[in-house]
Design a protein around this ligand. Structure first.
Ligand code: AMP
Length: 287
């Protein structure tokens, strides 16, 4: 196995990928914002299993943050990320600077209508424009054949799938299941900002969602189940609840009831202090 290479320029990345492609290799990319954990590494492993060459990108994308404090406090652990990725068999860690990504005069935004509205798009104005723009740039920079994303950010995956279809981007999108702590909390870079007490409260998010999904599958009315779940999160100690919603998995349209043949997913976001956590779960079909 070749040692991992760290590249920070588009030109350097393009040169390496050109060599790989000339040798007939299929290239996978895992876009991340760093502060890596086992959830990210599961995407890296999925890419390794399917592709000849793997790139992981680490870039804290300023244009997807609607809140300056969130951007400033987002954990940055590039040296440790590099060690984890090298051990995971990644070929290239691509870590561009903000100036490389957004040189003076940069003026383009990609807006994906429909699936980006509501949910996290409702609570974080402009967030998915920033995500779609940077992901499209990463696709163009890496020229990867396949990109790997986590279902934890379920709306994000749908935004990216829509963008790829609409813009005929020649890349396949693979989504991977959410990796969780032993108690059920979804792994997230933001978890490391929780106090010990907040960390204890945080586990209510997957627990309440799992119970809500079971209730809906068992026939409880959707509206009552969703508002009950929001109440349970508040009672457990969440400071505020952005949303708890039931959506169709394919196009994220709101569902007032389970529909036969329409896979449904419960999606939620809630705050502990200044840390915003998200999670989601499929709702089993009735019966
Ligand atoms: P982030 O660094 O938070 O932007 O995430 C980078 C990628 O890792 C995204 O595709 C996320 O959906 C994915 N990811 C984050 N947390 C998890 C997790 N717990 N399990 C699986 N994938 C995850």
């Amino acid at each position: 196995m070749q040692p991992m290479e760290t590249i920070s320029t588009v030109a350097g990345l393009r040169a390496r990928v050109r060599e790989w492609k000339q040798a007939g290799a299929r290239v996978g990319v895992v876009p991340t914002m760093g502060a890596l954990h086992a959830g990210h590494l599961s995407l890296v492993q999925a890419a390794r299993a399917r592709m000849d060459r793997g790139i992981t990108t680490v870039f804290v994308n300023p244009i997807q943050f609607d809140n300056a404090d969130d951007l400033a406090t987002y954990p940055r652990t590039l040296a440790e990320d590099g060690r984890m990725l090298a051990r995971s068999g990644v070929d290239v860690l691509y870590a561009p600077t903000a100036a490389e990504m957004y040189p003076p005069g940069f003026a383009t935004r990609i807006t994906v209508a429909g699936v980006s509205t509501g949910l996290c798009g409702g609570s974080r104005p402009g967030h998915f424009d920033g995500v779609a723009t940077v992901v499209c740039k990463l696709f163009m920079q890496t020229l990867a054949d396949c990109a790997f994303f986590g279902e934890k950010d379920f709306q994000q995956v749908q935004v990216i799938r829509r963008m790829v279809a609409d813009l005929n981007l020649p890349i396949e999108i693979v989504s991977c299941p959410t990796m969780r702590e032993a108690d059920g909390l979804a792994l997230s870079s933001r978890n490391r900002r929780l106090t010990a007490a907040q960390r204890q409260t945080a586990v209510a998010l997957p627990r309440v969602l799992a119970a809500c999904a079971q209730d809906i599958a068992a026939g409880t009315g959707v509206a009552a189940a969703l508002s009950g779940a929001a109440d349970h999160l508040a009672a457990a100690g969440f400071d505020s609840v952005d949303y708890v919603e039931l959506r169709a998995e394919t196009d994220l349209r709101p569902l007032a009831t389970l529909l036969p043949g329409t896979p449904a997913r419960l999606l939620a976001a809630a705050w502990l202090g200044d840390v915003r956590l998200i999670d989601g779960m499929p709702v089993p079909p009735r019966g």
